[in-house]
Design a protein around this ligand. Structure first.
Ligand code: ADP
Ligand code: MG
Ligand code: ZN
Length: 519
């Protein structure tokens, strides 16, 4: 990463808040769901009515411990809840129940990829349990309070300042989110705020041991914005220092319209929050057995999957990454491999999933969800599109495999195969039926293709002459014309062979004629 002065380096530590996928809130039995009518999911506990008492959500503790174990944290058998006191209209109690001195877990790490096949270990200070605040909705001169979110279970994951560039920060967030989504701990949805991040940033001269003064950018809600906000903030701090100024420790907001960070408030210190132990909750005591049971429930994580795909399936790093980015895709792919029973090369199946299935799913879904009338390409959509897990792949394993086998058997060509897949996705029909119905069987018979090609030659005499004269680029034109004549059904390999044979014949025929003419 290039900064305005590369004798500086960036130091970044991230505080990630992730909502836990529980049925109910952290300390009451209100449903934990997004997008309902404001203030419809509230009760005396989350409204902080006098006399109401919190009760710890057992499932939230389970999910938090699961997350902690997945990122290599030590589970503390005894942890405490604490009150973090501050005033804000979305916080009815006037304090947030969190954990401070004795969090549920501490001292872990996450391995991230930092490009060129290199890995980096990022230490994690702690993961603790807390509750979310409500939400303010601003409209003109009015502000409204929605307390549906108040009391939603959160895990806060605090990294050590081991990240040294915006790209590393994004890699860390992606790795972390992948894990949480894989394990059904979080839905990872940044737009809905169920996975959010505060970024702490400082800069220092390369080689300096001492950390610089940091600023904290609050609640950045997409990977792209994290990268932009960090980039801007790093350069702002370097410039400030170069001009003899000093970085002030403060809390900033990222303005996505201007691409700049803006001062929000001076940084509060821990003592400003007057933390003290939550008197309404007893300490959280976790048994060995409970922890072991959760540990055993952790399935293969994306990084391990990627490595196994490379090792066992001989796939490239790129392919493995594409296939494991989404849990549903990964399991779908693995089921395909099982059902395939070595009939088709694994690499080919991987290509079908990555280049065709994923592509179709992304474009089709974008069309439907965003009402786009034109197909958006994968490149354009990759940033703001993620296939959510939970039954998004509408093609059964055996149906998709049938399609692949039809192509492998040469019954249809690959291009037709793509069209059939498109049709399968939109109608739910099976490959075999679509092929029959639309009469898509590949034309491979020599005689028929010979006739087609002769016809094409006759219709394009000038192009044919030019091709014989050595304008080799026109070869593709004739392939295309032959495909058109067969409505895309011709076996492209056969078309190539026949064309080649004729052109060679023409060429040598002409040479013979010329030689004859000269003699
Ligand atoms: P607080 O809770 O007050 O924000 P913490 O000490 O818990 O403060 O640190 C919060 C985050 O800030 C952590 O992720 C930590 O790695 C990061 N951090 C601390 N000091 C620096 C620094 N000088 N530069 C960059 N990040 C830092
Ligand atoms: Mg902080
Ligand atoms: Zn409630």
């Amino acid at each position: 990463m290039e900064y305005i002065d590369n004798s500086f380096e960036a130091v970044i530590g991230l505080e990630v808040h992730t909502q836990l996928l529980t049925a109910t809130k952290m300390f009451c039995s209100c449903p934990n769901v997004f997008g309902k009518e404001p203030n419809s999911l509230v009760c005396p506990v989350c409204l902080a009515l006098p006399g109401s008492l919190p009760v710890i959500n057992f499932n939230a503790v389970k999910l938090a411990v699961k997350a902690a174990l997945a990122i290599n944290l030590n589970i503390n058998k005894k942890s405490l809840f604490a009150r973090k006191n501050y005033f804000y209209p979305d916080l009815p109690k006037g304090y947030q129940i969190s954990q401070f001195q004795d969090p549920v877990s501490s001292n872990g790490y996450l391995i991230i990829n930092i490009g060129e096949g290199k890995e980096k270990k990022i230490r994690i200070n702690r993961l603790h349990i807390e509750e979310d605040a409500g939400k303010l909705i601003h409209a003109g001169y009015n502000s409204f309070v929605d307390l549906n979110r108040a009391g939603t279970p959160l895990a806060e994951i605090v990294s050590e300042p081991d990240l040294n560039s915006p790209a590393e920060a994004v890699a860390y967030l992606k790795e972390l989110r992948d894990i949480l989504v894989y394990l059904d701990i979080s839905d990872g949805n940044m737009e809905e705020g169920s996975f959010r991040c505060d970024a702490n940033i400082s800069v220092r001269k390369k080689g300096d041991a001492k950390l610089g003064t940091r600023t904290e950018v609050k609640n950045v809600n997409s990977f792209k914005f994290v990268e932009k906000a960090l980039e801007y903030e790093i350069n702002r701090q370097i410039e400030l220092l170069l001009n003899g100024g000093k970085v002030i420790q403060e809390t900033l907001l990222f303005n996505s319209k201007t691409g700049k960070t803006e001062s929000m408030r001076g940084k509060e210190e821990a003592h400003d929050y007057r933390y003290f132990e939550e008197p309404d909750l007893s300490p959280l005591i976790l048994g060995e057995e409970f922890i072991a049971e959760i540990k055993n429930s952790i399935t293969e994580l994306p990084r391990a999957k990627r490595e196994r795909y490379i090792r066992e399936y001989a796939l490239s790093e790129y392919d493995s990454e594409e296939l494991t980015r989404n849990k549903e895709i990964a399991y779908y792919f693995e089921d395909l491999i099982k059902a395939n029973k070595d009939r088709v090369e694994i690499k080919k199946i991987a290509n079908w999933v990555i280049n065709d299935l994923l592509f179709e799913l992304k474009t089709v879904r974008l069309d439907q969800e965003l009402g786009l009338d034109q197909r958006t390409t994968l490149d354009q959509s990759a940033d703001n599109f993620e296939i959510k897990h939970g039954g998004m792949i509408p093609v059964k394993i055996e149906d998709f495999l049938e399609l692949i086998l039809e192509v492998e058997a040469g019954n249809i060509n690959k291009n037709t195969g793509k069209k059939v897949l498109d049709e399968m996705l939109s109608t739910g029909k099976k490959a075999g039926d679509i092929i029959k119905e639309k009469n898509l069987i590949q034309v491979s018979d020599e005689k028929g293709l010979e006739d087609t090609i002769k016809q094409v030659f006759e219709e394009n005499p000038n192009e044919l002459e030019a091709l014989i004269d050595g304008k080799d680029k026109l070869f593709g034109f004739f392939v295309g014309e032959a495909m058109k004549k067969t409505k895309g059904k011709a076996n492209p390999k056969k078309v190539n062979e026949i064309l080649n044979k004729h052109i060679e014949n023409y060429k040598s025929g002409i040479r013979i004629n010329q030689e004859q003419g000269q003699s």
